[in-house]
Design a protein around this ligand. Sequence first.
Ligand SMILES: Nc1nc2c(c(=O)[nH]1)N(C=O)[C@@H](CNc1ccc(C(=O)N[C@@H](CCC(=O)O)C(=O)O)cc1)CN2
Ligand SMILES: Nc1ncnc2c1ncn2[C@@H]1O[C@H](COP(=O)(O)OP(=O)(O)OP(=O)(O)O)[C@@H](O)[C@H]1O
Length: 230
Amino acid sequence: MADDETNDFASPACFLHEIDPAYSGLSASMAWADVNRWRKAERERLIAERLAVPADVRAGWGEIIAAGVLAEIGDVSGLIVSAYWPFRGEPDFRPFMEEVAARGGRTALPVVVEKGQPLEFHLWQTGEALSRGVWNIPIPAERRPCMPDIVISPVVGYDPACYRLGYGGGFFDRTLAALPARPRVIGIGYSMARLATIHPQAHDIPMDLIVTEAGTVRPQADVSTVRALT
Ligand SMILES: Nc1nc2c(c(=O)[nH]1)N(C=O)[C@@H](CNc1ccc(C(=O)N[C@@H](CCC(=O)O)C(=O)O)cc1)CN2
Ligand SMILES: Nc1ncnc2c1ncn2[C@@H]1O[C@H](COP(=O)(O)OP(=O)(O)OP(=O)(O)O)[C@@H](O)[C@H]1O
């Protein structure tokens, strides 16, 4: 057979582009090995792109995002809110933690106990001592494990179904899967971190919503559910 005859059949026609991007089912379009490779490359690209944004612009976006989260969570008195110590150009949520404390909430930081294991959350508020944990990430010096009511989860990338791409440790997914009660999980990031899909896998757990400087993203499935009910 001549080459040009086989070419018609070399790869099947792909209609994936016709699938509604709101489709939040698991990605069957790529094998995990390919998804994993793609995620590695996307993480590098997204981190490099956000670090290329001037620090003062990022800081301005961070303030807008923090205000958006505060508006979203409302009254936090009596609640435990976990945030994070920022690195690699993540929005700086330390002022947010101060604001939560000023409003009567308690704050916590995530702690990597061991690679491949769920995170722990430990109470920490501004001014309290920090020590260095795994990967030198600052963690509370005093160990006071807690169960947060709200978890703020910084994203490297996100998609319209509110799936989160992180740094590749699988920590938040493992943690949410292991917690006895599910906290409210708010992903936060710059709108430039948006991806059409992160190619969700069985282990990926979507955020309840994602707050960016350009607005709030809720899983599109919710939108169609609401439409279907009205
Ligand atoms: N600010 C902040 N703190 C956080 C998180 C976060 O996303 N942001 N985490 C959210 O989960 C946890 C830390 N997650 C991390 C996951 C991977 C790497 C990391 O450096 N990974 C290496 C690869 C390591 C490996 O493959 O073994 C790398 O990227 O070079 C760092 C932190 C807890 N603390
Ligand atoms: N609940 C789980 N149980 C076991 N392995 C898991 C679980 N969740 C994630 N993993 C594994 O962790 C690895 C990284 O997953 P993934 O690419 O989703 O990380 P990520 O969400 O970007 O990272 P992070 O949450 O640390 O920021 C994968 O190999 C995945 O199979």
